[in-house]
Design a protein around this ligand. Structure first.
Ligand SMILES: Cc1cc2nc3c(=O)[nH]c(=O)nc-3n(C[C@H](O)[C@H](O)[C@H](O)COP(=O)(O)O)c2cc1C
Length: 400
């Protein structure tokens, strides 16, 4: 990896001049190879303005909402590059059933959830004092669009329109998790000079995705927040770098400081893809109870559990995650069915302000997320520490 650093440290935030160039910085026209996954447009725009690359997670938005979010980013990013992330599961219940009618999608999926599962959800809520819904609607999770009913953009049917919206904006990166974007979307992205990245948790997935035309592999280790595989970053990253070379690799999972960034680069990554660390920045839209929980949690307060989406996802350990591990649990359902249960329960848990059940995807790095900083401070402190540690290691070598 070619890399040159120009550092001039002066007092005061605005006076920092840090430039860190490598091939990913050149590819995107960014100052630092720090990629920030976030569901919050303010955070995405702030990271891009600070010299990194903000990437907005589109999963939870309807196409109409996503359009508004991206329009806002276009107006607030000062012309800096940014990206969009979608979730395209290779395996999910709707794909396996061949469901292709958007109108009946939510209804059909909800019909696949057993009474036993709904009863278990109601028992968890009752056991923790979450009051019944005023209309007594039981297992109802809204009657609107698939999105309202907890299906989100992670069926092929609900995810595809999000890609259309994303590609109608001046994005520079289209990323996807749980599988590469469809070949047609990759072609369209490339025709618009948009790079395509895919998150993977195993070397084999990286090799598969490179074959489909993905430009950048995001190798995400077990420590990470959200859906994770079983291989730790320390082992996964060099394996993937070697397997897909010369394709650039972003390291993800457990990265929130300059020392961790330096470690990722030492493992052969071209940059870092971060998620958890942005949840507690000043620009974040986290609710106060979640923010409080995140700021006080340690690495062992997270657990990799299927109880949110049906696929293993690292999140805060809560009474909800524990209940699904208990002997009374009927077992979690496959994606996207489990998420329908989770989003129904979360609506009620949030309304009741129940702290024991309230959860959030977050990685083990949560142990270092102890104070609120601005996104710019996070970027700058990461780069400064990265430079310090690189200089320290160079000096150790020179002194040897
Ligand atoms: C709250 C949260 C939600 C996430 N949702 C998604 C998602 O929708 N799509 C995606 O590609 N990755 C998602 N991720 C994973 C991140 O993209 C990233 O790979 C991960 O956070 C990196 O590890 P870290 O949490 O240790 O920084 C999510 C992560 C978190 C913390």
């Amino acid at each position: 990896m070619r890399q040159s650093l120009r550092v001039s440290r002066l007092n005061g935030d605005a006076a920092h001049t840090l430039t860190c160039m490598n091939r990913l910085c050149e590819m995107f026209g960014i100052e630092f190879p720090i990629f920030a996954f976030t569901h919050c447009r303010d955070v995405a725009a702030a990271v891009s303005r600070a010299g990194g690359m903000g990437v907005l997670g589109a999963l939870a938005f309807s196409p109409e909402q996503l359009e508004l979010e991206l329009k806002w980013i276009d107006e607030h990013v000062d012309g800096k590059p940014y990206g969009v992330d979608v979730v395209i599961p290779v395996k999910s219940a709707d794909r396996e059933m061949g469901l292709s009618d958007e109108k009946s999608l939510a209804e059909t999926l909800r019909g696949m959830i057993t009474d036993e599962h709904w009863e278990f959800v109601h028992k968890i809520l009752a056991d923790h004092g979450v009051p019944d819904e005023p209309d007594g609607s039981g297992g109802g999770a809204g009657n609107g669009s698939p999105l309202d009913q907890g299906v989100l953009g992670w069926t092929e049917l609900t995810g595809a329109p999000l890609i259309d919206i994303a590609l109608a904006h001046p994005i520079k990166l289209l990323a996807s998790a749980l599988g590469p974007p469809p070949p047609e979307a990759i072609e369209r992205a490339h025709a618009q000079d948009v790079k395509v990245a895919a998150l993977i948790g195993r070397k084999e997935q990286a090799l598969r995705d490179v074959q489909t035309g993905v430009d950048i592999i995001i190798a995400q280790g077990y420590e990470a927040g959200g859906h994770t595989g079983e291989v730790a970053s320390m082992v996964l990253i060099p394996d993937v770098v070697d397997a897909v070379s010369p394709t650039p690799v972003l390291a993800a999972g457990g990265i929130g400081s300059g020392r961790q960034m330096a470690a990722a680069m030492a493992l052969g990554a071209d940059g870092v893809w971060t998620g958890s660390v942005w949840l507690t920045v000043a620009e974040s839209d986290m609710s106060p109870p979640i923010m409080e929980k995140l700021l006080s949690a340690t690495a062992t307060d997270t657990v990799r559990s299927r109880s949110m989406t049906g696929k293993p996802a690292r999140q805060l350990r809560t009474a909800w995650t524990e209940a699904w591990e208990s002997p009374e649990s009927p077992g979690t359902l496959p994606m996207p069915l489990q998420f329908i249960l989770w989003s129904y329960a979360t609506r009620r848990i949030t309304a009741a302000g129940n702290r024991e059940l309230l959860g959030m995807p977050v990685g083990q790095i949560v142990s270092r997320m102890n104070k609120v900083r601005t996104a710019k401070e996070v970027v700058y402190e990461m780069v400064e520490e990265y430079i310090e540690v690189t200089e320290r290691m160079n000096k150790a070598l020179a002194d040897a």
